[in-house]
Design a protein. Structure first.
Ligand code: ATP
Ligand code: MG
Length: 693
């Protein structure tokens, strides 16, 4: 496991006897250390299933699994390569009964949570307010607070009222046998903290825990990690304080500061060589991050040569910016030798909504692309509809799923009936599904309405039974198609959409989803290339069990040859040969810091901290690039319906490109010119040939 590692990396890989922190800048091979260390631990005799490697996103986990497989082969499959959340799901499934939770609990998504919070306030609140509460409650949870603590800590009436809503929310979740995403970290943490037998079990199981992107862990994740590794503290954390970009979600650099204090025998290793980017790109990155205070001093250098200078592009509008980006991709594809693939290009921006003009421009030139980190396939209404049915099979007490499933498609059960059912279930402390089988319900509902509800309940039970006994891909697909026919889902889509094209597109999504789901049920599975493999057979019910979690997973996305459009946040840890950092306009990046569009005289502590985080975001963006980097901004930008005048981001100035060009080695320039010339000479016959045509 020592091939392709430098001395410092080797040191980190070989040190397996205690806590280890690798602290280093972007592209210095931190993630590589983790993959190699997994191999080393297995070589040392640690069983693969006793190793947990925790990454930040599901995409990163999937990539690490691939890399580990390449390095170690088959045993990699048993290593727990996961995110904090997927580890949390496993822990709560196995041991949540200690907290009174069934193994078949439901995982609520963000929309479900908003709905429940609205409900907790009597249903009169608007969505925006409910979202604000959601945000506050989530922050409290990430800090390890429950409603009791929130109530005790409340500073004013406003906070007190949110704490009371949180209390009701907690009661609802218990009644629904459901957890939200924050619980997937908080619950395992509490399980380990308060239940010695569970703690012993996990500490005995895990021989070594590795954590990537450690700088973005929050307080609860830190606690969880500490409890998982126990006194022995066999763990490896890798991170970069300059890439901490999730402060807004409760991540805290305190976790980095705390580590050497709480683990005095911590082995601290720094990596200084960047293997990803050219010197020109790295210098721009170092210049940008320069003004931020340093938690740990580090220097980064690259031996990949000066490379192409970083380019700044000013554009008139976002449409103009998008057109230029698309044309650049097309022209590099046509002129570079060897020809880059589409997936060698990435367009990175601050916020999801910025993708639109780029999508249009790429489509216009027939360039294949994929929006990553944007609206997920699984966030589409039709997919969520189907998932609601699955959730209900798995956990009959999941009221939000019950309400969604009973309404899609409509089954002639009206609001009044559902309202009465809700009231009845509240009075009798039953879930809605549980309540509809109560013999007392007949007394409060007209006969027809009662019959309708019972019929739905029986149908769910029947589906659940059938799904439990449906094994493998083939049978699962047939089952799903039959079921969709039974409930008339395709017709429902056509009835509820004005446009037939939209309805057809939604139905195609549904079919794609059915394929994807059934493939996961295993057996003889054929991939897109027509190769058949035999995988472990599961029941459709088992497949459905993880559905709420999978809804955030882009695992279904195969490595396709497509240009990537991504938010900066979602680009963390990844790399591309050619990167275009777009919308680097003051007010977008850095994001508007106050009402004066960043021109404030007095910079409060809060604003200063936010500016530092924005600067780190820019640093993350720049350091994704391996060979070329273009940074663009627009003179005008749409803001609502208006066009507003814009300034280039202050970060462009901070990149200090003039100075860096001045420092450019003339020999390097000559080499580049020679290379360009050679390319032109090589391309000449092809050009001539094209002309003949
Ligand atoms: P980030 O901070 O962006 O997450 P990182 O520190 O995790 O970056 P890696 O992604 O592990 O860096 O490595 C960056 C690139 O450098 C990868 O392509 C990796 O394969 C390569 N690399 C890392 N170490 C070496 C090495 N010793 N020799 C050759 N290539 C290396
Ligand atoms: Mg990394």
């Amino acid at each position: 496991m020592s091939a392709g590692l430098n001395l410092a990396q080797l040191q980190a890989v070989h040190y397996t006897e205690g806590p280890c922190l690798v602290l280093a800048g972007a592209g210095s091979g931190k993630t590589r250390v983790i993959t190699h260390k997994i191999g080393k631990l297995i070589d040392n005799g640690l069983a693969p299933k006793r190793i947990a490697a925790i990454t930040f996103t599901n995409k990163a986990a999937a990539e690490m699994r691939e890399r580990a497989k390449g390095l170690i082969g088959k045993p990699a499959k048993d290593v727990m390569i996961c995110t904090f959340h997927s580890l949390g799901v496993r822990m709560v499934r196995e041991d949540g009964h200690v907290l009174g939770l069934k193994p078949s609990f439901s995982i609520l998504d963000s929309d479900d949570v908003t709905g429940i919070l609205k409900d907790c306030a009597g249903g009169t609140t608007d969505v925006a307010t409910a979202r604000q509460w959601q945000w506050t409650i989530s922050n409290w949870k990430n800090a390890g607070w429950d409603s009791r603590k929130a109530l005790a800590m409340a500073q004013d009436d406003h906070e007190r009222s949110i704490a009371l809503i949180m209390q009701r929310y907690e009661e609802r979740l218990t009644a629904y046998q459901s957890v939200d995403f924050d619980d997937l970290i908080g619950m395992p943490m509490r399980l380990l903290k308060n239940h010695a037998e569970v703690r012993d079990k996990w500490q005995r199981l895990l021989g070594h825990v590795l954590v990537d992107e450690y700088q973005d862990t929050n307080a609860t994740q830190y606690e969880l990690l500490k409890l998982l590794v126990g006194e022995r503290a066999h763990f490896t954390a890798v991170g970069d304080d300059d890439q901490s970009i999730y402060g807004w979600r409760g991540a805290t650099l305190d976790n980095l500061k705390k580590l050497p204090i709480e683990y005095p025998h911590l082995k601290l290793i720094k990596l200084e060589q960047n293997y990803r980017s050219t010197s020109a790109i790295l210098r721009a990155a170092n210049n940008v991050i320069g003004p931020n205070p340093k938690l740990f001093p580090k220097t980064l250098f690259s031996e990949l040569g000066e490379g192409e200078p970083v380019r700044i592009q000013d554009c008139d509008t976002e449409e103009h910016e998008a057109e230029r980006a698309a044309m650049r991709i097309q022209s590099l594809r046509a002129n570079m030798n060897p020809q880059p693939a589409w997936k060698d290009f990435a367009i990175l921006y601050r916020a999801n909504h910025q993708a639109k003009p780029f999508e249009k421009a790429l489509r216009k030139l027939n360039i294949p692309y994929k929006v990553s980190g944007g609206t997920s396939f699984f966030d589409r209404a039709e997919i969520k509809d189907l998932c609601a049915w699955f959730r209900l099979w798995i956990n009959n007490d999941d009221d939000p799923a019950f309400l969604r499933a009973i309404g899609t498609p409509k089954r002639g059960i009206g609001h009044t009936t559902l309202g009465k059912l809700g009231e009845f279930s509240g009075q009798h402390k039953l879930s809605m599904f549980g309540a509809l089988f109560s013999h007392m319900l007949a007394a409060v509902l007209p006969k027809k309405a009662h019959e309708g509800l019972l019929e739905f309940g029986r149908y769910i039970n029947d589906l659940e039974y059938r799904a439990r006994h449906t094994l493998g891909a083939e049978a699962s697909r047939t089952f799903m198609l039959d079921w969709l026919k039974e409930i008339g889902y395709e017709q429902y889509l056509y009835d509820s959409e004005d446009s037939e094209t939209v309805a057809a597109a939604r139905w195609t999504n549904v079919l794609e989803f059915c394929d994807w789901m059934s493939q996961r049920a295993g057996g003889q599975v054929e991939d897109a290339a027509g190769t058949t493999t035999q995988t472990e057979v599961k029941s459709l019910l088992e497949v459905a069990q993880n559905i709420a979690l999978l809804s955030t997973i882009s695992e279904r996305e195969k490595e396709q040859d497509m240009v990537i459009l991504s938010t900066l946040h979602a680009s963390k840890g990844l790399e591309w040969p050619h990167v275009m950092l777009v919308g680097v306009t003051e007010g977008m990046l850095p994001f508007k810091l106050d009402d004066n569009d960043g021109k404030q005289e007095k910079v409060s502590d809060d604003i200063a901290a936010r500016l530092q985080e924005e600067r780190r975001l820019m640093y993350v963006g720049i350091t994704r690039a391996q060979r070329t980097l273009v940074v663009s901004w627009t003179k005008r930008r749409k803001k609502g319906r208006e066009m507003v005048q814009c300034q280039p981001s202050r970060f462009i100035k901070e990149m200090n490109l003039d100075a860096s060009t001045a420092r450019e080695d003339p020999r390097e320039k000559l080499r580049q010119l020679r290379e360009q010339l050679a390319r032109k000479v090589e391309a000449a016959p092809k050009l001539l040939e094209n002309q003949k045509l």
